[in-house]
Design a protein around this ligand. Structure first.
Ligand code: ARG
Length: 472
C-alpha cells in the first residue's frame, strides 16, 4: 500500500480531461487522494493494453474505426508498454487509474485515433476485464508453482519412503509412519488446491468486455470476437453481471486462503521438526537466520513467515467478501477496493510457495533420530492389539485393554513394549507367544500397513510413482 502525504483541502484547478465536458472545476485534493487507484492498479498495465488491443481490433473489424486508426492505436499502445517497462511513463494521480492514464497518454501520442479507442467501452467493463485477466495470469503462475512444490515433495517422499518417523495425533506419539507418507499427505492437499484453482479458472474464463457501463452497447460490437482474442471461452451472458460481479475474485482468494492454510501447517511442522528437542530435520543457512545476540541460534524464519503470511491471505478474502456484501447492482466504486487484496494475496502466495519448495528441497532429515522418536511413546501399541486380534482371535476391545495394561507395565518399568519379557506379557494374557515380538518394531509396524492409502513403504513408493507421472 502506498504511503501518501496528507492531502490539502485546496481544490486543484485543472479538471479531468476525460469528463471535461460537464465539469468545469477540479476535484479537491482529498477527492483525488481517495479516488485514485493508480498507485496500485498500475500493476494491471499489461492486461489493460492487451484488452485495448483486442477491443481496437474488434472495432476495426466491425467498421467502427478505420484500419489506420487501429494501426495507430496498436503502435501507440506498444510504445506505451515500452515506456512503462523502462520506467519513463508519466503516471498521473489526477488521471485516477491505469485505464485513464494509458488512454490519455495514447491520445497525447497519437491524437484523434486515441480518442476513438473508448467507443463502445466503459471503464466498468474495462476494469472487470483487466482484473479477470490479472487473476487468470496469477492462477497460471501459481499453478505452475504448486506443481513445482509437489514435484519437490514427491522426490523427497520417494527418497524417504522407508524413513520411519513418529506419526502424531494431538501432537502426541501415535503410530510410526514414514517421512515419505507424511510428505505425500501434503501432495494430496496441494493437488486439491491445484484442482480448485483449475475450477476457479474454468468458471471465471468468460469475457466481460462489451458490457460497457452496465447495459451493453448500441454499436454493432462483436463480443465473441474479443472474448476469443483474449482467450476466454465465451462472453459473459449478462451485461449487469459482467460489470458487477467479483465472485471470481472471492473464489480465487478462498482457494489461496485454503492453500495458504495447507502451507502454514507444513511450515509449523518445519518449526517443530527443526527444534533441537525434536531434531527431526535440519534446514541449511539458505532457509534460516542467526541471532544478532545469541551465537548458537539457527532460526527457521522462512517457515515462521510462511506460517504467518496466510493471515493476510485470509484477510484479503474477508476484505473482498465485506466489500461486496450488500452492494447494489451494477458497478460501484467500492469495487475499486478489490485490487490490493487480490494483488497482495497472489504475491504473498507466490512467495510462500517458493519458500516451501525451497525448504522441502533443502531439508536434511536425521533418519536415526526419526527412527528413535518413532519407537518412543509405545507407538506400536496398536500393532500389539491388532496382533492379539489376529493371532488369538481376541475381540478388538479386549485386545485394547490387554495392550493398555502392558503399556502401563512397560511404562512402570521404564522400557518400551519390546523391552517386556514374554513371561511378563503372559501374566496379562497367557496365550501370548514369542511371535508377538515381530510386530513390535517400528519397521514391522509401517511395513504391515498396506491397506490402500496406508503408510507402508511399498504404498509410498507406488504413490510417489503415480504422482511423478501425473506431474510430468
Ligand atoms: N478505477 C476503477 C476501479 O478500479 C475503474 C472503474 C471506474 N469506473 C467508474 N465509473 N468510475 O474500479
Amino acid at each position: 500500500m502506498s504511503t501518501q502525504q496528507p492531502p490539502s483541502l485546496q481544490s486543484r484547478s485543472q479538471g479531468n480531461q476525460q469528463w471535461g465536458g460537464r465539469y468545469s472545476g477540479g476535484p479537491s485534493a482529498i477527492m483525488e487522494a481517495i479516488n485514485a487507484s493508480i498507485g496500485f492498479d498500475r500493476k494491471m498495465w499489461r492486461q489493460d493494453i492487451r484488452g485495448s488491443l483486442a477491443h481496437a481490433a474488434m472495432l476495426r473489424h466491425v467498421g467502427i474505426i478505420g484500419a489506420d486508426d487501429e494501426a495507430a492505436i496498436r503502435e501507440g499502445l506498444a510504445a506505451i508498454g515500452a515506456e512503462i517497462e523502462d520506467g519513463s511513463f508519466p503516471f498521473s494521480e489526477a488521471l485516477e487509474d491505469i485505464h485513464m492514464n494509458i488512454e490519455a497518454r495514447l491520445t497525447e501520442r497519437i491524437g484523434e485515433a486515441g480518442k476513438r479507442l473508448h467507443t463502445a467501452r466503459s471503464r466498468n467493463d474495462q476494469v472487470a476485464l483487466d482484473v479477470r485477466l490479472w487473476v487468470r495470469d496469477a492462477i497460471d503462475g501459481l499453478d505452475a508453482q504448486l506443481a513445482d512444490v509437489m514435484q519437490a515433495m514427491v522426490e523427497r517422499a520417494d527418497e524417504h519412503a522407508a524413513t520411519v518417523m513418529p506419526g502424531f495425533t494431538h501432537l502426541q506419539p501415535a503410530q510410526p509412519t514414514t517421512l515419505g507418507h507424511h510428505l505425500l499427505a501434503y501432495v494430496e492437499m496441494l493437488g486439491r488446491d491445484r484442482s480448485r484453482l483449475g475450477d476457479c479458472r474454468a468458471r471465471m474464463n468468460q469475457s466481460p468486455l462489451g458490457a460497457a457501463a452496465l447495459c451493453g452497447s448500441g454499436f454493432p460490437i462483436d463480443r465473441h470476437m474479443t472474448a476469443a482474442a483474449l482467450g476466454f471461452d465465451q462472453p459473459m451472458r449478462n451485461s449487469l453481471d459482467a460489470v458487477a460481479s467479483r465472485d471470481f475474485a472471492m473464489e480465487f482468494l478462498s482457494v489461496l486462503a485454503i492453500c495458504g492454510t495447507h502451507l502454514s501447517r507444513l511450515a509449523e511442522e518445519f518449526v517443530l521438526w527443526t527444534n533441537p528437542y525434536f531434531g527431526f530435520v535440519a534446514l541449511s543457512d539458505a532457509f534460516t537466520t542467526g541471532s544478532s545476540i545469541m551465537p548458537q541460534k539457527r532460526n527457521p524464519d522462512a517457515a515462521e513467515l510462511v506460517r504467518a503470511k496466510v493471515g493476510r491471505v485470509a484477510g484479503a478474502l474477508v476484505g473482498m467478501l465485506t466489500v461486496m456484501k450488500g452492494l447494489p447492482l451494477a458497478y460501484g466504486k467500492d469495487m475499486q477496493e478489490d485490487k490490493e487484496g487480490i494483488f497482495d494475496a497472489a504475491e504473498t502466495m507466490a512467495l510462500c510457495l517458493a519458500a516451501t519448495a525451497g525448504m522441502v528441497r533443502d531439508m536434511k532429515p536425521d533418519a536415526a533420530r526419526l527412527r528413535e522418536a518413532a519407537g518412543a511413546g509405545f507407538s506400536t501399541a496398536t500393532d500389539l492389539a491388532d496382533w492379539l486380534v489376529r493371532e488369538l482371535r481376541m475381540p478388538f476391545r479386549d485386545a485394547h485393554h490387554v495392550t493398555g495394561r502392558l503399556v502401563a507395565k512397560a511404562e512402570g518399568r521404564g522400557v518400551d513394549l519390546s523391552g517386556l519379557s514374554l513371561e511378563e506379557m503372559q501374566l496379562e494374557e497367557p496365550r501370548i507367544h514369542n511371535g508377538v515380538f515381530q510386530v513390535l518394531s517400528v519397521e514391522a509396524s509401517v511395513a504391515s500397513r498396506t491397506s490402500y492409502g496406508g503408510t507402508a513403504p511399498v504404498n509410498v513408493r507406488r504413490m510417489a510413482a503415480e504422482w511423478r507421472e501425473r506431474l510430468a
